[in-house]
Design a protein around this ligand. Structure first.
Ligand SMILES: *Cc1c(COP(=O)(O)O)cnc(C)c1O
Length: 427
């Protein structure tokens, strides 16, 4: 086994981390194990996880039920190609997803990551219109501050300025961007919040294949929570103008916002929906793109007649087994009560941050807590301070935010919120 020093040397020599440089690397911490909400470092320190490893870990690390589901499946078979074969983990999971997602989403396409699920959604929309004899409809209307992933199609619908992909912009197909939804989650609705997107759709309907958005929570683009009425209005105008609606629930799915899927806040169903991140409870990468009958019939009854996509590891049985176990755990453990209680505790315990000099805003939705700073946080200086508090919080831009695993108890959550207060109060 490598010593911590050897590990860090190898890491420094060979490994890219997300959004990092070899010439000016950010510190990384060697992880030895993880259990429940605790991540144990190789020097023996443990951290309470506030990030759920980027929205994924719902039931904690090293959960016996998910471990068992994966090992049982390993002992059957780990993978077979999905062309010409099918298997129980995939079929069971597809049925479950159709049952728990908004009504009408009846068909499931599995892929390996959130970004690819978005690529698949965009391709479905383009192929749908191609089959309808409207091949000119290839433009997407996305929202400013939106984030949909790191691959080319996904990048092309991320915010072109505040997004992380500005430097690739020359390569992108031209898409349309509406102003970010300006009506906050509980704010009284005013129609002026809808003018911009409404005008854009009406003026460009002939070339728009679909509107793509993150329902209710704009995640990586600013952690903003917007009004369900905005989402209802988008659904309505998409129907009127005959434009498809793609909901990217990759971050919001599986209970995080207080509803199983964020679309439920508005009582709407999109034509196409992407899920990922928490799908396997944080165990193995897996994503899915669901669509309604209109889209699947449209694609299959015209043009090429087949949907033109097929990943090598499509519907990987280990990942599907983990997802089945994770969804069962979620549904059988009164997740809604848990998320409501986490939300209440976050409200109470993060409220004092509002009084701090460095803080611009504090907002909570479901089991997501956000402390927005007035100035961009320096991760390199803040990160070690959170670690000193015994918590894992990774600031991003002006945002200090947490979305802990649902199994966290009140003392552990208290440690997270007071750790945040302690660090932010020193800014
Ligand atoms: C994380 C995320 C993605 C990309 O998922 P990856 O698995 O990182 O490719 C896409 N959309 C949203 C809303 C996300 O939060």
């Amino acid at each position: 086994m490598l010593s911590a020093t050897e590990l860090l040397e190898l890491d420094r020599e060979y490994l890219w981390h997300p959004y990092t440089s070899f010439t000016n690397p950010l510190a990384v911490l060697p992880v030895r194990s993880a259990q429940g909400v605790h991540i144990e470092l190789s020097d023996g320190r443990t951290l309470i996880d506030g990030m759920s490893s980027w929205w994924s870990v719902l039931h904690g690390y090293n959960h016996p039920a998910i471990n068992k589901a994966i090992t049982d499946q390993v002992n059957q078979f780990s993978h077979v190609m999905f062309a010409g074969f099918t298997h129980e983990p995939a079929a069971t999971l597809a049925k479950k997803l159709v049952e728990i997602t908004p009504v009408g989403l009846n068909k499931v396409f599995f892929s390996d990551s959130g970004s690819v699920a978005v690529e698949v959604a965009l391709k479905m929309a383009i192929q749908y219109w191609h089959s309808q004899g409207q091949a000119q409809r290839t433009t997407f209307l996305a929202l400013k501050n939106g984030y949909h992933g790191d691959t080319f199609g996904a990048m092309s619908v991320c915010d072109p300025h505040t997004g992380m992909h500005h430097l690739f912009h020359q390569r992108f197909s031209r898409n349309l961007f509406a102003e970010a939804p300006s009506c906050a989650f509980d704010e009284k609705w005013d129609d002026r919040h809808f003018n911009d997107i409404s005008n854009l759709i009406q003026r460009n309907r002939q070339k728009i294949a679909a509107v793509i958005l993150e329902p209710i929570v704009q995640g990586a683009g600013g952690m903003r929570f917007y009004s369900p009425i905005y989402l209802q209005r988008v659904r309505k105008i998409c129907d009127e103008m005959e434009v498809l609606l793609i909901a990217d629930e990759i971050a919001t799915g599986f209970g995080r916002t207080g509803k199983l899927f964020a679309c439920e806040h508005a009582g709407i169903s999109p034509d196409i929906m992407c899920v990922g991140k928490a799908l396997t409870g944080g165990y193995i990468t897996l994503a899915a793109t669901l669509c309604n009958d209109k889209v699947s019939d449209g694609i299959c009854n015209g043009g090429k007649g087949v949907f033109m996509h097929g990943p090598t590891y499509m519907a990987n049985p280990l990942a599907c087994a983990a997802a089945n176990a994770s969804i069962d755990l979620l549904l059988n453990n009164d997740w809604q009560k848990k998320v409501t209680n986490m939300g209440k505790q976050l409200q109470t315990e993060l409220a004092p941050c509002r009084t701090l000099e460095a803080v611009a805003d504090v907002r909570i939705l479901g089991a997501i807590g956000v402390v927005e700073l007035k100035q961009t946080a320096d991760v390199a200086t803040l990160q070690p301070q959170f670690v000193d508090q015994g918590i894992w919080v990774r600031p991003f831009g002006k945002l200090v935010y947490i979305m802990p695993p649902f199994i966290i108890n009140t003392q552990e959550l208290k440690k997270l919120t007071s750790g945040i207060f302690n660090v932010v109060s020193k800014l």
